[in-house]
Design a protein around this ligand. Structure first.
Ligand SMILES: [Zn+2]
Length: 205
């Protein structure tokens, strides 16, 4: 059997299982979406938020990419943020990094990584500016530390974005949080979280 046929058969089996075991899941996927959470995570195949949170369809609006970055210079990222906050009206933005992240591991050294270089450059920049803090740590600890810094950096970029600042100035309930998923547990650990203030600055919560 060809790979695509196998995939389609797997889908039909999954639907059959859901029909008998989780009919509410099938109702949810056919209903309009009303997500409370905009989730920015890594593309790593082990980190699907729907699995980690046991979410049903419609609960999470998701953007995944290498090493869970928000890139304000990218129109796609700006459009997603705008849509999540101003159209869907999410009340939580979550940036979720994870341990054993290939993108972060690749950022512990400078290139060449081909097409990845441009994408990893901001994380490599974080590593270069805080190199002394990583010195002396073994690779696993360096990778975890850089993952944490990367998540916190993305949260800062979101906090400074026009979309988030405007929502906060208007008094809309919106938090921006950074989490790290430890794949060994696999549990989520809070790194940082901001709630809005009338000034649009946000305070740690
Ligand atoms: Zn990753």
């Amino acid at each position: 059997m060809k790979t695509l046929e196998r995939l389609l058969e797997r889908n039909r089996n999954a639907v059959r299982n859901l029909e008998s075991g989780k009919p509410e899941w099938l109702e949810a996927i056919a209903a309009p979406q009303k997500p409370d959470i905009y989730w920015i995570g890594c593309s790593d195949s082990r980190t699907a938020p729907e699995r980690i949170l046991q979410a049903i369809p419609g609960e999470l609006f998701v953007r995944r990419g290498i090493a869970n970055q928000f890139r304000p210079e990218e129109s796609g990222d700006r459009a997603l943020l705008h849509f999540a906050v101003n159209v869907l009206g999410v009340c939580q933005i979550v940036v979720c990094g994870h341990t054993d992240c290939g993108g972060v591991l690749g950022s512990l050294q400078d290139g060449p990584s081909g097409a990845l270089d441009e994408w990893l450059e901001p994380i490599r920049g974080l590593r270069r500016t805080r190199q002394e803090e990583l010195a002396g740590l073994e690779t696993g600890a360096q990778e975890r530390k850089l993952s944490e810094w990367n998540v916190i950096h993305q949260v800062e970029l979101l906090r400074q974005s026009d979309v988030v600042r405007q929502a906060w100035k208007e008094g809309r309930p919106l938090s921006v949080s950074g989490l790290l998923l430890d794949l060994k547990d696999p549990r989520l650990h809070k790194l940082i979280s901001y709630q809005g203030t009338a000034s649009g600055e946000g305070i740690e919560a």
